[in-house]
Design a protein around this ligand. Structure first.
Ligand code: XIL
Length: 350
């Protein structure tokens, strides 16, 4: 294996096709080896957490402000990532504006109460809070860092994940419970108001390759398109080695693109619980096939804006916590060595 700090750049290899990005955490910009690794291999970054509502919404300031339809925001963690990107000339994808997860529960409460069983705010109040929040974030980012963000995850994970479930939408989401499906177009309408020229608005979801979920997402995208509210489909791309099916990914990607949307792979990783030779080679095979498929789509004229890995090295992956076993899902080892999977991705670019 080779030191990832000395290997040819991933993003340069795909320059003609799409950006290659990574999700970074709040500690990486202060770590010289990570800084070097990120600048060498990625021309897009996103925050693994720092831009999510729970790190932006400020309850004390909200209570002090005293406006029930307008939460106060604090941009410390957002600005630190944007400054790093700006200093290094790396474009940014903003993840994420409206999500059921990692959004403080007080944001949904009638009186900003943080109690578990607090009375929810009304639909109209929630729609006002949503628009105010989205515009506050977009105005701040676009004013303080013009030209840096190229795409916004406006709504994340709104479709029911349970394949056996009855409905289209994730009904347990506090967004759905307070506003019904109206929160989706409302979020995108606000984002259309707040976007700067050249920025795309993205709907982002996981398991977007699975046929049942794919069809539900397609139905949602068509509704949003009827009002010209969405530009890009973000396929998260959290895969598991034993079930990953590159042909299904290709079919889904083609179906989204056939609507006239751009594509992104927004959170790529392939869970595998060993790095013995057999697993290393299987991982390499899957990554190679996957990138070859994406390159083929791009060569056919399908617009792929970016392919973003969810983490930089295996040490940063959320999967070890999420799957409750050590995961080896990315291209670089914990010691920042380039894996066979890196070689396979580089080969697919040739
Ligand atoms: C994950 C982060 O990586 C973790 O650090 C955090 O604890 C939970 O969220 N889908 C998404 C991402 O859209 O925001 C999630 O990120 C992973 C799944």
């Amino acid at each position: 294996m080779k030191n990832a700090l000395q290997c040819p750049s991933l993003f340069r290899a795909y320059e003609k096709h799409f950006r290659v990005g990574a999700a970074i955490n709040g500690r990486m910009p202060a770590d010289p080896a990570y800084r070097e690794l990120i600048c060498r291999h990625f021309n897009s970054i996103t925050a693994d957490n720092q831009m999510k509502p729970m790190f932006v919404m400020d309850r004390d300031a909200t209570l002090a402000r005293g406006d029930l339809s307008h939460a106060a925001v604090s941009f410390r963690s957002v600005d630190s990532l944007l400054s790093f990107a700006n200093e290094n000339g790396i474009a940014v994808r903003y993840h994420t504006l409206a999500w059921h997860n990692q959004t403080p529960r007080w944001f949904f409460a009638k009186d900003w109460s943080d109690a578990e069983n607090a009375e929810p705010a009304s639909r109209d109040v929630m729609l006002a809070r949503l628009e105010n929040y989205i515009l506050d974030v977009m105005n701040h980012v676009n004013t303080c860092f013009p030209g840096l963000v190229y795409t916004w995850d406006v709504v994340n994970e709104a479709i029911e994940p349970d394949q056996g479930g009855p409905g289209l939408y994730r009904t347990r989401s506090p967004w759905y419970r307070t506003c019904g499906e109206d929160f989706l177009p409302a979020a995108f309408r606000a984002a259309r108001k707040g976007q700067a020229p050249g920025q795309t608005l993205c709907y982002n979801d996981y398991n977007a390759f699975q046929p049942v979920k794919r069809d539900a997402i397609l139905a949602l995208l068509k509704k949003l398109q009827a009002e010209n509210l969405v530009d890009t489909m973000g396929m998260q791309g959290h895969y598991v080695m034993d079930w990953m099916n590159v042909s299904l990914c290709e079919e889904a990607a083609r179906a989204y693109a056939a609507l006239g949307l751009k594509l992104q792979v927004t959170e790529l990783d392939i869970h595998c619980n060993s790095d013995d030779e057999e697993h290393r080679l299987k991982l390499a095979q899957l990554y190679g096939d996957y990138f070859a498929m994406l390159k083929k789509l791009s060569a056919e004229g399908i617009g792929i804006e970016a392919v973003t890995f969810w983490g930089v090295t295996d040490a940063d992956s959320w999967l070890t916590g999420f799957r409750r076993e050590t995961s080896y899902p990315l291209l670089f080892t914990r010691d920042k060595q380039a894996k066979d999977a890196y070689d396979a991705v580089m080969k697919a670019a040739e």
